[in-house]
Design a protein around this ligand. Structure first.
Ligand code: MN
Length: 184
């Protein structure tokens, strides 16, 4: 595999998972690597009469849940935003901890998804400052987005006042489960 294939593959994997599909690999020394994926789409015969309901596989959610997504990486931000919108969440996305603090002061949020490594102000500092705010602002659930699935990272997030953590690349089911656990 070419060195540059790594990031593209990671992005493809996230978008295919987002659409509920699966990706696979067939590899041989002679022929190189072939990636394949399966996606299932409904066949709509009478679009004007189709009921406007979500696919059955998506869990029911409480209406009006508002999520503040704090993530400096554009790809991760777009993937998380699309996943949350797909399950009916209202999402506001910002790029660093300082912008997050400003948004939290301006309007109420039900949940914060917080990347750890960001320019200007990182997630650990932003979480610390949110926890120092007057109630009820200080009680907003914060889920950290961590780059590594390492136990020290998780420990650092929890010690820094965050409620939970999610490893990147973000898994659709893990994100939905955590959002439901903390904001429903
Ligand atoms: Mn980051």
């Amino acid at each position: 595999m070419a060195l540059g294939a790594g990031l593209g593959l990671a992005i493809c994997l996230q978008f295919i998972e987002l659409m509920g599909g699966k990706i696979g690999l067939i590899s041989s020394k002679e022929h190189g690597s072939t990636f394949h994926f399966d996606l299932t789409f409904p066949v709509v015969q009478q679009p004007e009469k189709a009921p406007p309901t979500a696919p059955a596989s998506l869990p029911a959610v409480r209406a009006g849940v508002k999520v503040l997504l704090v993530e400096d990486n554009r790809v991760n931000q777009k993937v998380a935003e699309a996943l949350l919108r797909k399950v009916g969440r209202h999402v506001v996305a910002v790029e660093n901890g300082q912008d997050a603090l400003q948004h939290i002061h301006q309007e109420p949020y039900d949940l914060v998804l917080m990347d750890c490594q960001m320019p200007v102000m990182d997630g650990f500092e932003a979480a610390k400052q949110i926890r120092a705010m007057p109630a009820p602002l200080c009680n907003i659930p914060i889920i950290a987005l961590t780059a590594h699935a390492m136990s020290d990272d998780r420990q650092k997030c929890l010690e820094g006042g965050m409620d939970d953590y999610l490893s990147k690349p973000i898994s659709r089911s893990a994100l939905i489960t955590l959002v439901q656990k903390h904001a429903d």
